[in-house]
Structure formats: structure tokens, C-alpha cells
Write a protein that binds this ligand. Structure first.
Ligand SMILES: [Zn+2]
Length: 376
């Protein structure tokens, strides 16, 4: 066990990379998928179940936790790891993105952002310094810089102004983070879909210096083609010897395309959120369990999947409990989805290590193109 934060790159295949991030709370195998534990829980899952799907790290949301139960309360209760019973690494976002997504409820200035709580309308303020303080109180292992991110489409001037503000905030975040051995601060590249602005942002972040680098401002409505267009150059603008984290992405084919382009870490609410709305991700594409075609189907969701939902339950049962609005519906489908996302990651890690990523990717797309098994 290390007392420091470090990243070792073990193999590359094309632009895809595999390695290990070491932290005092354990290792993170990359490329890594991070389930989202918004308010101190990955919804419908026990922490040990999340671990059983293969997760090495969880994401927590500063915005939600600062409002309820508050960072100070979490700190008094021993920190987020102890509070939520997850002793492995936790990454927290800075709150910036979620404040942004509230749109009209916020007011932005050079120093920070003032906003109203979606829970009770109370007024709050986030600055780079306050975001660093909150993430420290939570006990986060990987802390994200406080940044601002415009929704796309936005005009070039707005994107440039916003990116430059985020870079000034990145410098303040670095300063406020201080010297915390074993913990990491990640910078966030912005610049929308503009290559030169992304380059300027990367240069600014490199000059400050971070333990890892995120690509922000994507998966905000630009579409997969435009996102891959940015990922064709953005990872290479960032230091090769540090982890690269693509924030808030995405569907299985988005994740595969991102890893192919050099991304090491990724997070998304999709597997857990979709699990609660009756949507399952499988090797053969998306299955809507609410569809009537499943009501008499004794077969598992995916016969080759080893998750509890597939090992012990039929499509008919999953359909029934979804229709009956039983809680086990969200639990089983979330488990399956998280398991499947982690299977994709472990499949890619092995393929990259063995220099057969292209063949793995071709199989991934071929199976998906077949679509779901024929109805009975
Ligand atoms: Zn399964």
C-alpha cells in the first residue's frame, strides 16, 4: 500500500492505454468506470455490491452533499468514506457543473457563483476556495478543480471567456488545495468544440501542474460525432504521464470510443439511472424490460452475464417487478448495468494489455449490431 498518489501506465495499444492509479485507499485499474454516488449512495446498491461489480472508485457530488447533509456534518461524522461505508477511493466533482445545470437559479461573477438550493431555495455560494474546502471536509481522494462550463451550443466568445475564467479558478483551486500527500487535484480542460481553445486551456493547466487532467465540457448535448471529434486531439494536448478523465460519459459505445482515443477514467449516472427506469444495457444493446414481449420469457436478460439479476431471475420476473414498481426492480437492473459497464472496462483493459484492442472493439460492435435475442 502506498502513501502517495501515483499513476503508472502499463501498456498502450494504438491510442488506448491501460495502467494503475495508486492511492492510500487502494488501486484504481484504468481505464476505469466510476459509478456515481450522488448523495452518498449509488442508488439502489449497497457499497459492497458496487464493489462486487468491479468498481475500484466511486464519484460523489459536492453540490448535493454540501446542501444535504452538508460537508461539515459529514466531516464531523468521520468523512464521506466512513459515512457511506466505502473505504476505497472516492472522487468528488467541484459542484461547478451541477450549479451550471441549474441555469437561471445562479449568478456568476469573477470570484465564484451564487445559487439557490433546489431543495429549499436557500442561497449558497461556491468559489474555488470553498469548493476545495468542501472536498477536503468530505475526505475526497481525487478532488476536482472548481470550473465553469457553458451549455453547448454556445458562441466562441462565450466559450473562450468561460474557459479563461475556469483557468483562473484552476490556479486558485491549486493554491487553496495546498499540500495534501496521498490526495490528488485534477485540472479540467475546457474550450467547447474549439481545438485552439482546448489547446490554450491545456497549456494553462500544464503551467499550473496537476496530478491528473479531466476533459470537461463534453456530453452536454453536442452528440457523439462532435465529442469524438474533440477526443481525436484533446487527450494528446494533456500530459501523457498523468491520468486523463472524461467527465460524465456515457453510453457503452461512447465509453469504448473514448478509451480508444486515450481516456483513462470515466463516470456516468446512466447505468444506475437507467436501471431504475427499466432499461438494461447488454452486450446485444439496450433491452427495455417494461416491454410486454418479456412477460412470459423465462430466459435471463443475458445468458452469459454473471450478475445476480441474470444468474437467478428471468426476464419475466424482471418485467413483473418493474411493472409492479417493486424496489427490487431498480436494485437488480442497476446491479446488472453496473456489472456490464465494468465488464466492458475489464474487457478493454485486458485487450489493451494484450495488444488486441481493435479486435475487441470489432466484437463489441458486432454483438451490439445483432440486437436483442429473438422474442419467444
Ligand atoms: Zn446481468
Amino acid at each position: 500500500m502506498t502513501d502517495r498518489f501515483s499513476f503508472s501506465l502499463d501498456a498502450t495499444d494504438g491510442r488506448a492505454r491501460t495502467g494503475v492509479i495508486s492511492t492510500p485507499r487502494g488501486e484504481i485499474r484504468t481505464p476505469a468506470f466510476m459509478p456515481v454516488g450522488t448523495a452518498g449512495t449509488v442508488k439502489a446498491m449497497l457499497p459492497e455490491s458496487v464493489r462486487a461489480t468491479g468498481a475500484d472508485i466511486l464519484l460523489g457530488n459536492t453540490y448535493h452533499l454540501m446542501l444535504r447533509p452538508t460537508a461539515e456534518r459529514v466531516e464531523r461524522l468521520g468523512g464521506l468514506h466512513r459515512f457511506m461505508n466505502w473505504d476505497r477511493p472516492i472522487l468528488t466533482d467541484s459542484g461547478g457543473f451541477q450549479v451550471m445545470s441549474l441555469g437561471a437559479l445562479r449568478k456568476l461573477d469573477e470570484d465564484g457563483v451564487t445559487f439557490k438550493s433546489h431543495i429549499d431555495g436557500s442561497k449558497h455560494r461556491l468559489t474555488p476556495e470553498r469548493s476545495m474546502e468542501i472536498q477536503r471536509l468530505l475526505g475526497s481522494d481525487i478532488v476536482m478543480c472548481f470550473d465553469e462550463c457553458p451549455a453547448l451550443p454556445a458562441d466562441r466568445e462565450r466559450i473562450a471567456d468561460s474557459m479563461r475564467l475556469s483557468m483562473r479558478w484552476a490556479a486558485r483551486s491549486r493554491e487553496a488545495f495546498g499540500d495534501r500527500p496521498g490526495h490528488a487535484l485534477f485540472g479540467i480542460q475546457q474550450g467547447g468544440l474549439e481545438q485552439d481553445l482546448r489547446g490554450e486551456s491545456a497549456e494553462a493547466l500544464r503551467a499550473i501542474g496537476f496530478e491528473g487532467y479531466a476533459i470537461g465540457g463534453l456530453a452536454v448535448g453536442e452528440g457523439q460525432e462532435a465529442m469524438f471529434g474533440v477526443l481525436d486531439y484533446a487527450p494528446d494536448q494533456l500530459p501523457e504521464d498523468r491520468p486523463r478523465y472524461l467527465m460524465g460519459v456515457g453510453k457503452p459505445d461512447d465509453i469504448v470510443g473514448a478509451v480508444k482515443r486515450g481516456i483513462d477514467m470515466i463516470d456516468c449516472v446512466l447505468p444506475s439511472r437507467s436501471g431504475r427506469t427499466g432499461q438494461a444495457f447488454t452486450r446485444r444493446g439496450v433491452v427495455n424490460i417494461k416491454n410486454a414481449r418479456h412477460q412470459d420469457d423465462p430466459r435471463p436478460l443475458d445468458e452469459s452475464c454473471t450478475c445476480p439479476a441474470c444468474k437467478s431471475y428471468s426476464r419475466a420476473y424482471l418485467h413483473h417487478v418493474f411493472r409492479a414498481q417493486e424496489m427490487i426492480s431498480g436494485m437488480l437492473l442497476t446491479w446488472h448495468n453496473l456489472h456490464y459497464f465494468q465488464e466492458i472496462m475489464s474487457g478493454m483493459r485486458a485487450a489493451i494489455a494484450e495488444g488486441r484492442f481493435d479486435a475487441w472493439e470489432a466484437d463489441f460492435h458486432k454483438l451490439r449490431a445483432q440486437g436483442d435475442i429473438e422474442p419467444l
